[in-house]
Design a protein around this ligand. Structure first.
Ligand code: SAH
Length: 246
C-alpha cells in the first residue's frame, strides 16, 4: 500500500513557534527527512523515529528518498524550517512527484516563514505590500536577482531578503536599493529569529554591516513610508491617507 508524505514547515526554530499541525505531522511520521541543522531543531520530536539527515545541497536526494519511502508504504515527513513553500522542500517534492506521477498521498503543512518571524520581532515592517526575494545565486542567476530587487524596489514593495550568502551580491543589492530608495531607508537585520542567539538590529541602507550578515539572517528593507519608533520598524498600511487619528 502506498504511504503518506507530509512536507512540513516547523517555523523559525523554537517549539512555541511551531503550529500544532506541524507537530502532529512530525510526531505521526515513521521517517523524518531533513537538512541536518533542521533535524537538530526538532530533535525533541524525533524519539523512536528513523531519521534521514542530509547536507545542504542534497535536496534532490532528500525529495527522491522521501517519495521512495512513502511509495513503500511508510509515513514520511520531510521537514523545512519556516514554511516549506518558501525556498523550502515543497516545490521540489511536488515537482518530482508530478513527474513520476508518484502513487503517494502528499500534504503540505505550512509554517511561520522567516519574513514573518523577523517582521514580528521588528514590529510591523511588512505592513504594506512586500516581496520576498532569495539572494542565493545557487539556483537563480545573479543578474536575475539584481533585476528582481530593482523592480520590486522601484514598485514600492517592502523587501524581505532571504539567503544573503554571497557578500558581493549583497553589496550589489544594497547599492541598487540605495540608488532607488536612498541610503537613509530603514533596514531590519534579524539573525536566528526565535532561536538561541537571536539578534535584532535596526539600521539603514547606508549602514548595513555586511560582514555580520550570514545565512541565518533575514533582512527587511522598508519602503518610502517605513519609519523607526523606539526599537520598532513601522510601515503604515495607508489608514493615515483616509482617516485622521489617533
Ligand atoms: N523555508 C524557510 C526559508 C529557507 S531559505 C522559511 O520559510 O523561513 C533560508 C533562509 O531563510 C536563511 O538564509 C535566512 O535568510 C532565512 N531564515 C530562516 N530561518 C531564519 C531564522 N530563524 N532567522 C532569520 N532568518 C531565517
Amino acid at each position: 500500500m502506498a504511504g503518506e508524505l507530509y512536507v512540513v514547515g516547523f517555523g523559525p526554530g523554537c517549539p512555541s513557534a511551531r503550529t500544532p499541525e506541524a507537530v502532529e505531522a512530525i510526531k505521526a511520521a515513521d521517517v523524518v527527512i531533513g537538512y541536518k541543522t533542521y533535524i537538530e531543531l526538532i530533535s525533541d520530536l524525533l524519539e523512536g523515529k528513523e531519521v534521514v539527515s542530509a547536507g545542504m545541497r542534497e535536496e534532490v536526494y532528500r525529495a527522491r528518498k522521501a517519495l521512495e519511502l512513502a511509495g513503500e508504504g511508510r509515513r514520511v515527513a520531510v521537514v523545512s524550517d519556516g514554511d516549506p513553500q518558501v525556498f523550502g522542500m515543497a516545490p521540489l517534492v511536488l515537482e518530482m512527484a508530478s513527474k513520476l506521477d508518484a502513487p503517494v498521498s502528499i500534504k503540505v503543512v505550512p509554517g511561520v516563514t522567516a519574513a514573518l518571524a523577523a517582521g514580528a520581532l521588528l514590529g510591523a515592517p511588512l505592513g504594506s505590500d512586500f516581496a520576498v526575494i532569495n539572494l542565493s545565486p545557487l539556483l537563480t542567476p545573479r543578474g536575475v536577482i539584481l533585476e528582481r530587487v530593482r523592480q520590486a524596489a522601484a514598485a514600492g514593495f517592502v523587501l524581505a531578503l532571504y539567503n544573503p550568502i554571497d557578500k558581493q551580491l549583497l553589496r550589489d543589492v544594497l547599492a541598487v536599493l540605495r540608488q532607488i530608495r536612498g541610503g537613509g531607508t530603514p533596514v531590519g537585520v534579524v539573525k536566528d529569529a526565535y532561536r538561541q542567539g537571536q539578534r535584532v538590529a535596526v539600521t539603514t541602507l547606508n549602514n548595513v554591516d555586511v560582514e555580520s550578515v550570514d545565512m541565518r539572517t533575514t533582512l527587511i528593507v522598508g519602503n518610502d513610508e517605513t519609519y523607526v519608533w523606539r526599537r520598532f520598524l513601522i510601515t503604515p498600511r495607508g489608514y493615515h491617507r483616509k482617516y485622521a487619528y489617533p
